[in-house]
Ligand binder design. Sequence first.
Ligand code: FES
Length: 171
Amino acid sequence: MEITVTVNGRAYTRDIEPRLLLVHFLRDELGMTGTHWGCDTSNCGACVVWLDETPVKSCTVLAVMADGHRVRTVEGLAGADGLDPVQQGFTECHGLQCGFWTPGMMLTARWLIDKNPDPSEADIREAISGQLCRCTGYDNIVKSIRWAAEHDTAHEAAPAGTTVDSKEVSA
Ligand code: FES
């Protein structure tokens, strides 16, 4: 079936199998491999993206459920003025580690700071509690998110404007 999903401010239309998961739609149909695929059982959080304004595990969402909705992936975090403070924080505080779970962690962090500009350590640990770190090094991730909160400057929560992937959209 044909779906249209706006990803990072750009509308994409694709003809897909109804059983296709959102994580595979992003990676295989759109080539956005920043969204990682770890467990496929809703345990690890590597696949977290935003569906509209809410972080979701994209391995538990069918792509057809995103039809007509907005998705934000790690590719949409940076703005025209450079890296998002969350990305900068992970760099400054060595929160990247192996990197596999970083995209999902950063999207959850962005969501948290948008909702709570001054999160406590407990707030941060609760927000990322559904996401595993294979390196088991949560301290630097928490420090990275705190750094981002302290350096955040009225960041736009959603990418500005919507463009259309014209070569792919059917008439
Ligand atoms: Fe989705 Fe692990 S791949 S939670």
